[in-house]
Design a binder for this molecule. Structure first.
Ligand code: SF4
Length: 284
């Protein structure tokens, strides 16, 4: 079985997938951290969805923002505190080491980014909600559906026939149609989506089609840093591209074939394996 997270790593760099499969110690920890951050972002969306119901059409923008913000910062701070403690316990119990300053700084940085991101998204939602309430002469409860359609979060699916497994961040269901949504903390490209995001999305689309016996024509990537939603059309080329990627992943994972890659320094700078791939080079 190939997972959506494996496709994500392959799309970042095939060599990274090879190294992860063959010499990784910290992989489990990274997966845990990424999973927790993703769940946290999804929980924040859920909180906004609840808070929007507090809004009244006569509220000023400032009051709308303060209502939308209810419990948001507290939630981030308490969740990060739990994450810091579990990181400490993980290091002691599993790795037999103490949490070092770099790891603590990394978590602090994630908290800062998350608070900025939540604040930015709250402000966008506040403006949109105010406009929707005035134009429709409705309160928050009645416009909530506009911004938060019926959805399933982190829904795990598998398709034994094509040997694919994974969970979709969010599946929105509108008038009986299913729309896979990827939630990304990154900045989008100038146009469209990053190839890797489209590839993850088409994998989710295939799983949704099998799970719910339906057809998926389009999905979306929510880029939280800019509060921007970008569509991805599930056309034949993208679907073919996914199967090509899955075959290459099988070669790396099952046959242990070292992939040929085009090095992208911008990626290497962010990659935890750069000390292996660029031993004597200064990447800064
Ligand atoms: S350091 Fe660069 S080349 Fe090496 S695995 Fe990471 S992204 Fe790929």
């Amino acid at each position: 079985m190939i997972s959506i997270s494996t496709i994500r790593t392959y799309m970042f760099c095939p060599l990274k997938l090879y190294l992860e499969q063959n010499l990784d110690e910290d992989k489990q920890k990274d997966i845990l951290l990424n999973k927790t951050m993703k769940e946290l972002r999804i929980d924040l969306q859920d909180l906004f969805q609840r808070n929007i119901r507090r809004l009244r059409k006569e509220m000023e923008l400032e009051e709308i923002e303060s209502n939308l913000n209810t419990n948001i910062i507290n939630y981030i701070e308490s969740s990060i505190a739990i994450l810091e403690n579990s990181d400490f316990e993980y290091n002691e119990a599993i790795l037999g080491e103490k949490t070092n300053n770099n790891e603590a700084d990394e978590i602090e940085l994630l908290k800062k980014e998350l608070i900025e991101e939540a604040n930015f998204n709250m402000k966008i939602l506040a403006l949109k909600s105010q406009k929707a309430m005035i134009n429709n002469e409705r309160d928050g409860t009645q416009i909530a559906e506009l911004f938060f359609p019926t959805s399933m979060y982190s829904y795990l699916m598998r398709d034994p026939q094509i040997e694919l497994v994974g969970s979709c961040d969010k599946i929105e269901i509108i008038e009986g149609k299913y729309y896979p949504i990827n939630i990304k903390p990154s900045i989008p490209p100038l146009k469209g989506t990053w190839d890797s995001d489209a590839m993850e999305l088409v994998a989710s689309a295939l799983l949704i089609e099998q799970e719910f016996d339906t057809e998926v024509f389009v999905g979306f990537v929510d880029y939280l840093k800019l509060g921007d939603r970008r569509p991805v059309v599930m056309d034949a080329n993208l679907r073919k591209g996914l199967f090509k990627v899955m075959n290459e992943i099988k070669d790396i994972v099952n046959e242990k074939i070292v992939p040929d890659i085009n090095v992208t320094i911008q990626k290497c700078v962010k990659c935890e394996y750069n000390k292996i791939c660029h031993k004597d080079e200064d990447l800064e």
